[in-house]
Ligand binder design. Structure first.
Ligand code: N01
Length: 539
C-alpha cells in the first residue's frame, strides 16, 4: 500500500465520496472559496448511496421535493420530480443533472477507492492512497462517505458453497437481476427489505421472506405528481426550505403540537385513519410525544398492528408480522407499497427465523435450526449496513502520532458535533456520528454540514490559521449531550437497532446519531462558529 505520497500534487482539499455531500462540498470549496479541490469516488458515477442501491423497489422515503439540494433556487426551479417519492433511477438522473449543471465531474475521479489516509504532521498535509496505487496530498480531508454505505453481510456459515446467486441490496448489479420463475429467499425486513418484497414477489416463481424482527410499516402512497403540485414546489422554494430548516427532522412538514393523550379514542382513530390514507413518514408527525412517551407510542403501534392483521389474510402469517417487539418508529420506520399485501400472494411465504433461526446456508439454500431447508436459486441479503462508523473505518485513517481512528473508536465513536475527531487535524466528517444525519432528511443535514465546514475553512484561510483540531474534553461534553438527547426519547430502547450498532456482531453499543433535532443542532453549530469556535483548537 503506497503511503509515501510526498511527490503527489498538493490540493487544498480532498473530498472522499461523490454523493449529495461530496458534490456540494466540491462546489462550495471550488466555486465559492476558489480552492483547488478534488473528489475521489469508488463508484463509476455520481450518486453515492444511489449509485449502489439499485435493488428492486429502491426508492427514497423522503418526498421528492425535499430530497434534493435546496441551496440554489436556480437548481431547484430547473429540476422537476415526477413522483411523490423519487425512485433510484430518477435520483441518479437528478444527481447527474446537478453534477453537469455545476460542472463537477471534471474534478471527480471515479473508480477510485480510497484505502488509506494519513496525516503528515511535518507538512500539515493529508496523504491519501487509493486501491489503484495512486497518492494524493491535501491540506483538508473531508469525508463524504455516507452513513449507510458499508454492507452488513451476516457471517452465516456455508455461503461460499451456495450454488445459486446471492446479492446484497446495497451493491446491486447495474444490469439488474432477473427473478423470473426463480426460487428466491430474502433475508431482512428493514426499510430496504420492505421495499423489495412486493417487487421481487411480482416477478419470482416463489419468494421466502426470512423475518427475524417483525417491523412496522405505513403505506407510502406513492403517486405521480400533478402539474399543480409541481408548480407549487417550483414557486415556493423559500417557504419549503424554511420549513425543512426549522423542523426536527428536516422534512417539509411540521410535527403537530399535541399529545396522543389529549385526544379521545375516537379522535385518535380518525386522525390515524386520515394519516394512514395520506401515507408516508408524516404518519408519526401527528403528535409530539410519539417518540417520547411509551403510552402514547403504544397507541400508534397498536393501530399499525391492527392494520397489519386486517391486510394479511392468513391469520398465522398476520400474527407473525404483527408480533413487533419495539416501539413504533424507535427503529427507522419503513414506508411501503403493498408490503403486507404481498403476503396474500400464493408465491410468498414468511419464515419466522426468530422462532427457528437460520443455521447455515447449504449449497442448495437456507437451512434452519429445526432442520427445515428452503431450496433457493437466489438469496437477497437485505441485511443493512455497518452504519455510520463502517464507511469511515474503511478509510484506514491515521492522525497525529500514528493514532488510528479504529483505535480511537474502539469503545464507540467520539466526535465533536459529529464534525471532527481530536488528533485528526483538518479532517471533517460530513454527517459523522454524533450529528443528526440518519435521524434527518439527509440532504438537509448534509447542506448544513457542508456550509458549516466551508465557512469554517474560509475563516481559517482568512485568518492565516493552518490547523483546526478538537479536544478530548470537547468530545466528552458533546458525547454527553448526544447521550442525553437519545435518552430523552424511546430510540435507545431497541436492543437490535443499527442506531446502536447492535446489528453488527462485536460493534460497541453506542447510540450514534444526535437525537436532539436538526433545528436545535443547526443553531448550536452556528453559535459555536459565531463565538470563534470554542471546543476547537485553531493554530
Ligand atoms: O437495513 P436494516 P436496511 N439473520 O438494518 C435483518 C436506510 N434506508 O437496509 O432487525 C436474519 O434496517 C434484520 O433483522 P433484525 C434507512 O435509514 C433508506 O433495511 O436485526 N435477519 C433486519 O430485518 C434504513 O433504516 C431508504 O432482527 C438478519 C434487516 O436484516 C437503513 O437504510 C430505503 C440478519 C436489516 O434491516 C437500513 O435499512 C431503504 C441475520 N443474520 C433503507 N442480519 C430510503 O428511504 C440482519 N438481519 C432512501
Amino acid at each position: 500500500m503506497p503511503l509515501d505520497t510526498a511527490a503527489a500534487p498538493t490540493l487544498d482539499a480532498l473530498i472522499i465520496g461523490a454523493g449529495f455531500s461530496g458534490m456540494y462540498q466540491l462546489h462550495s470549496l471550488r466555486d465559492r472559496l476558489g480552492m483547488k479541490a478534488m473528489v475521489l469516488e469508488a463508484g463509476g458515477g455520481v450518486g453515492g448511496t444511489w449509485y449502489w442501491n439499485r435493488y428492486p423497489g429502491a426508492r427514497c422515503d423522503s418526498e421528492s421535493h425535499s430530497y434534493c439540494y435546496a441551496f440554489s433556487e436556480a437548481l431547484w426551479r430547473e429540476w422537476e420530480w415526477t413522483e411523490r417519492y423519487p425512485g433510484h433511477e430518477e435520483i441518479r438522473r437528478y444527481m447527474n443533472f446537478v453534477a453537469d449543471r455545476l460542472d463537477l465531474k471534471r474534478d471527480i475521479r471515479f473508480n477510485t477507492r480510497v484505502i488509506a489516509c494519513r496525516y503528515d504532521e511535518a507538512a500539515n498535509l493529508w496523504r491519501v492512497s487509493t486501491e489503484t496505487g495512486e497518492g494524493f496530498s491535501a491540506r483538508y480531508l473531508i469525508t463524504a462517505v455516507g452513513c449507510l454505505s458499508t454492507a452488513n453481510i451476516p457471517k452465516i456459515p456455508g455461503l461460499e458453497a451456495f450454488q445459486g446467486e446471492w446479492y446484497h441490496t446495497g451493491s446491486w448489479p447495474q444490469e439488474g437481476v432477473d427473478f423470473t420463475g426463480k426460487r428466491v429467499g430474502q433475508i431482512g425486513t428493514g426499510s430496504t427489505g420492505i421495499q423489495a418484497v412486493p417487487v421481487i414477489a411480482a416477478q419470482a416463481g416463489h419468494l421466502a421472506v426470512f423475518q427475524r424482527t417483525a417491523n412496522y410499516s405505513v403505506p407510502a402512497r406513492n403517486k405521480p405528481l400533478t402539474p399543480e403540485f409541481k408548480a407549487w414546489v417550483r414557486d415556493n422554494w423559500a417557504a419549503i426550505r424554511e420549513t425543512m430548516h426549522s423542523t426536527v427532522n428536516g422534512h417539509p412538514f411540521t410535527i403537530e403540537d399535541r399529545s396522543v393523550h389529549e385526544v379521545s379514542d375516537e379522535e385518535l382513530k380518525a386522525i390515524l385513519e386520515k394519516a394512514w390514507e395520506r401515507g408516508g413518514l408524516q404518519f408519526r408527525a401527528n403528535f409530539r410525544d410519539v417518540l417520547l412517551d411509551e403510552g402514547a407510542n403504544a397507541k400508534l403501534a397498536n393501530f399499525v398492528k391492527d392494520k397489519i392483521r386486517s391486510i394479511v389474510k392468513d391469520p398465522e402469517t398476520a400474527a407473525k408480522l404483527a408480533e413487533i417487539d419495539h416501539p413504533y418508529a424507535a427503529k427507522r420506520p419503513p414506508i411501503d407499497t403493498d408490503y403486507f399485501e404481498a403476503f396474500n400472494r400464493d408465491n410468498v411465504a414468511l419464515v419466522d427465523v426468530r422462532a427457528d433461526p437460520i443455521e447455515r446456508i447449504t449449497p442448495k439454500g437456507v437451512r434452519l435450526r429445526s432442520g427445515k431447508e428452503a431450496e433457493l436459486d437466489i438469496i437477497v441479503f437485505a441485511t443493512g449496513f455497518d452504519a455510520m462508523t463502517g464507511p469511515l473505518m474503511g478509510l484506514n485513517i491515521i492522525g497525529v502520532d500514528g493514532k488510528t481512528l479504529a483505535k480511537e473508536w474502539e469503545a464507540g465513536p467520539r466526535t465533536y458535533l459529529g464534525l471532527q475527531v481530536a488528533g485528526f487535524p483538518n479532517m471533517f466528517t460530513i454527517t459523522g456520528p454524533g450529528s443528526p444525519s440518519v435521524l434527518c432528511n439527509m440532504p438537509v443535514c448534509i447542506e448544513q454540514h457542508v456550509e458549516w465546514i466551508t465557512d469554517c475553512i474560509a475563516h481559517l484561510r482568512a485568518n492565516g490559521i493552518a490547523r483546526i483540531d478538537t479536544t478530548g474534553a470537547a468530545m466528552e461534553d458533546w458525547g454527553r449531550e448526544v447521550e442525553r438527547a437519545a435518552n430523552a426519547t424511546l430510540l435507545p430502547r431497541v436492543p437490535h437497532s443499527w442506531y446502536l450498532g447492535a446489528n453488527v456482531p462485536g460493534k460497541p453499543r453506542v447510540f450514534m446519531p444526535y437525537a436532539g433535532g436538526m433545528a436545535r443542532y443547526r443553531r448550536h453549530c452556528a453559535e459555536i462558529a459565531a463565538k470563534g469556535y470554542p471546543g476547537f483548537v485553531l493554530e
